[in-house]
Design a protein around this ligand. Structure first.
Ligand code: BG6
Ligand code: MG
Length: 214
């Protein structure tokens, strides 16, 4: 056990499971209807950020302005479609590697939490059979500021009753790494092209690589 660290806070999408393709399909349906160009590269920019902030990025390619009311309708439509797609998720959507690593971290005495920008996090955790691994969940319903603001991770640390300095955050998105650093936490980057700095921070080779540092 790493004596300095007492808890591990996991991002959900892109770390514990993968929902990118569902976000993509749901946003794509709206973008196509509005005649706005949208591709998977733009979808990558939506990682870790809130639903409304995602919509603003999609609308960058539109030649007209939309009112807040119109944007709220689009966001709701996207979410209804996204939730339909999420129903097909199951325990198969969380790998054995992730399950075994979480179980081992618990065995080593760490407190575990989820820190996700998604308002659908609890539903996804239930779908993939992940609820019992975690002592706390902080998600999009608990916060007013999305990553890269540290609010969601600070909330998770508070729910765990552990000081931010004793928390490791595992993230796949640049916005999440920046949020962890802004919250005075140690950041472990998993995949992607996230930027990280600081001597205690780590670029993980795989999910189970976490066990080599904690
Ligand atoms: C994050 C995703 O987990 O949740 C983002 O990486 C998404 O792409 C955000 O925009 C908000 O999700 P939701 O489920 O609240 O629309
Ligand atoms: Mg993520």
């Amino acid at each position: 056990m790493n004596r300095e660290m007492k808890a591990v806070i996991f991002d959900l999408d892109g770390v514990l499971c993968f929902t990118d393709k569902y976000h993509y399909q749901a946003w794509k349906a709206i973008a196509d209807r509005l005649g706005i160009y949208f591709d998977e590269k733009i979808n990558d920019r939506l990682r870790g950020i809130s639903r409304m902030a995602s919509l603003e990025i999609i609308l960058e390619k539109s030649d007209r302005q939309y009112t807040l009311e119109e944007k709220e309708v689009f966001a709701e439509e996207k979410n209804a479609q996204y939730q339909k797609l999420l129903q097909q998720m199951s325990e198969k959507d969380m790998s054995d590697e992730v399950r075994q690593t979480l179980a081992e971290l618990r065995h080593r005495g760490y407190r575990l939490a989820v820190g996700s920008s998604s308002k659908n996090a609890q539903f996804i955790l239930r779908q993939i059979g992940a609820v019992s691994y975690f002592d706390a969940v902080a998600d999009g319903n608990d916060i007013t500021k999305s990553k890269p603001d540290p609010e969601v991770f600070l909330k998770a640390a508070e729910k765990l009753g552990i000081a931010p300095e004793q928390c490791v955050v595992v993230e796949d998105a640049d916005s999440g790494i920046r949020a962890a650093k802004a919250g005075n936490m140690t950041a472990y980057a998993l995949g992607g092209d996230v930027r990280y700095s600081g001597e205690k921070d780590v670029n993980l080779l795989s999910f189970s690589d976490i066990l080599n540092y904690l």
